[in-house]
Design a protein around this ligand. Structure first.
Ligand code: 3PG
Length: 216
């Protein structure tokens, strides 16, 4: 049994605040602030903002400043430079879809929780050797979904997963019922169409429904 890094212990603690993490992409800082407020109002304070829009860092800066009640993390972190930029913008946790040796080093030395992504047992084992015990499982549905997580548990009983990718409100309860699922992520709570039409009340309603989801 390897010791968890301090950052990893905190990663698991994030999910004590909420087990469902909206994964969002926004390009306008004002929309980002309104979106973060809408999600917090709906009971989902843990938010992953991806680096997949050109203006993502400005959006992250704006939310970090204006919505302190949101625990804003940054996702789609692929390298050291992006990790540094996300931290500088105010990210309170980092998420990556997968891991390279260089990114694993960054994750191990990260001053905030880092949730590295894996899709296979071998990838999870490599991170476990470095002390990581809370991992993103991505892309969850196309990498085996619930059946894969059920297969991971007996051989990696000390690893907790946050599955993300292809999950929606209908699928969430079965994931949350698994003993090795600490929480899950999904973009269904903040659909691009609702952000575009600035229907933040509808997003609060989706968040409220998601925050009330119980394990099956
Ligand atoms: C992610 O970045 O984690 C995924 O794009 C979220 O997956 P989803 O859009 O299928 O929920």
């Amino acid at each position: 049994m390897f010791a968890s890094t301090p950052a990893q212990l905190a990663a698991r603690d994030l999910f004590k605040l909420a087990r469902i993490v909206p994964v969002v992409s926004v390009d306008d800082p004002a929309d980002g602030v309104a979106l973060a407020r809408a999600l917090v109002a709906g009971g989902l304070p843990i938010v992953e903002m991806t680096l997949r829009s050109p203006n993502a860092l400005a959006v992250i800066r704006a939310i970090a400043k204006a919505v302190p009640d949101a625990v804003l993390g940054v996702g789609t972190v692929l390298d050291k430079e992006q990790a540094a930029a996300a931290l500088e913008a105010g990210a309170r946790f980092l998420v990556s879809p997968g891991v390279t040796p260089a990114l694993a080093e960054v994750a191990a030395n990260c001053p905030v929780p880092f949730l590295p992504g894996i899709a296979t047992v071998s990838e999870a084992m490599r991170l476990r050797e470095m002390g990581f015990t809370t991992l993103k499982f991505f892309p969850a549905e196309s990498s085996g979904g619930i059946a894969a997580l059920k297969g991971f548990h007996p051989v990696l009983p000390d690893i907790a997963f946050c599955p993300t990718g292809g999950i929606d409100a209908g699928k969430a309860p079965a994931y949350l019922a698994l003993p090795n699922v600490v929480g899950l992520g999904g973009s269904w709570i903040a659909p691009a169409g609702l952000v575009k039409s600035r229907d933040f009340a509808a997003i609060t309603a989706l968040a409220r429904t998601a925050s009330a989801i119980l394990p099956a």
